[in-house]
Design a protein around this ligand. Structure first.
Ligand code: PBG
Length: 347
């Protein structure tokens, strides 16, 4: 063996620099760790629905449930107890219609949930997803071109500026109910600007906007569409969500949202788009950046760990750390509760 090492040195392999020196012990590794994941980096998604006493399992997302408002208190207390500072709400309305009226109804499911969360744990930060797809009978993220309203656009095309009016009303309605942060997720052009103007006019200039600035048309949203009962009735979302092949375009989307007043940016999904996350982080070092570790990414891990093919704890902590390392300050993830509990144990 020694002879081989000798030959190796003679071959000009420099063995004076030995990175392994700094990996010898847990203490050294901990002292030199570049990226730390903490419970307060995490935002936990919650699905809320009408009814009483409900905690309904979501088949494609084991461990994630739909909640009725009367059961939220204990759940919010446990989330807060784990040190998770924020939840993001998704609502399943009682009735769906062409424009998604329940979305801006003061008695809407999300509005009720916000009030209940703020009553139960006032310091819990509430982020709301602002989009039409869960509320419209056609399942699309905006108002549709129907009955030749815009004759030069295809029937069923998601109308942009008409949708802005609704998104602005939804944002104000969520703010009235007590939301801290509103998050437009529909990839409708001008949504951040429209929501900012409407919030400011309604005296909610303190409510922040987390822009789903860079959101791809991803197959990884599949399980969410079960959870939120929001698949499009026909067609897809490619006329507004981004092509997974495009990264430069992500910088344009981010820039437009920054110009319109976004307080924070988001890239979604996370794992297949870490390069994009890194680019957005470099382009906007001054803004907080979030990544959405989406339902399909969660479901993959759950499926593999249920088979015993992957170790859940190690895999989840590694992937969340990777998302932070790539540039995220915040991670929206269905793993949040488990991860926060594991992080507390290792403290
Ligand atoms: C739109 C919305 C979606 C998700 C978050 N907000 C679905 C979509 O765009 O089709 C997906 C989140 C996930 O997959 O976890 N309201």
């Amino acid at each position: 063996m020694a002879a081989i090492a000798e030959r190796t040195r003679e071959d000009q392999v420099d063995l004076r620099r030995r990175p392994r020196r700094l990996r010898q012990s847990p203490e050294l590794r901990s002292m030199l760790r570049e990226t730390w994941l903490r419970p307060d980096d995490l935002i936990y998604p919650l699905f809320v629905r009408h009814g009483k006493g409900l905690r309904a399992e979501i088949r494609s997302m084991p461990g994630v449930d739909q909640w009725s408002v009367d059961r939220l208190e204990a759940e919010i207390e446990s989330i807060a107890g784990l040190g998770i500072p924020a939840v993001v709400l998704f609502g399943l309305p009682e009735t769906k219609d062409a424009i998604g009226r329940e979305n801006f109804d003061p008695q809407g499911i999300v509005q009720q949930a916000i009030r209940e969360i703020k009553r139960a744990v006032p310091e819990m930060l509430v982020v709301t997803d602002v989009c039409l797809c869960e509320y419209t009978d056609h399942g699309h993220c905006g108002l549709l071109n129907q009955d030749g309203r815009r004759p030069h656009l295809p029937e069923g095309y998601v109308l942009n500026d008409e949708t802005l009016e609704v998104l602005a009303r939804v944002a104000v309605s969520h703010a009235e109910a007590g939301a801290d942060i509103v998050a437009p997720s529909g990839m409708i052009d001008g949504a951040v600007g429209a929501m900012r103007v409407a919030l400011d006019q309604a005296d909610f200039d303190h409510v922040a906007i987390l822009a789903y600035a860079v959101k791809y048309a991803s197959a990884f949203y599949g399980p969410f569409r079960d959870a939120a009962e929001s698949p499009p009735r026909f067609g897809d979302r490619k006329s507004h969500q981004m092509d997974p092949a495009n990264a430069r375009e992500a910088l344009l989307e981010a820039r437009l949202d920054v110009e319109q007043g976004a307080d924070m940016l988001m890239v979604k999904p996370a794992l297949p788009y870490l390069d994009v996350l890194h680019r957005v982080r470099s382009a906007y070092p001054e803004l907080p950046l979030a990544a959405y570790n989406v339902s399909g990414e969660y479901a993959m891990i759950k499926a593999a760990t249920a088979q015993g093919w992957l170790d859940e704890r190690a895999t989840v902590l590694e992937l969340l750390t990777g998302i932070k390392r790539a540039g995220a300050d915040l991670i929206l993830t269905y793993h949040a509760k488990d991860a926060a509990a594991w992080l507390r144990e290792t403290d």
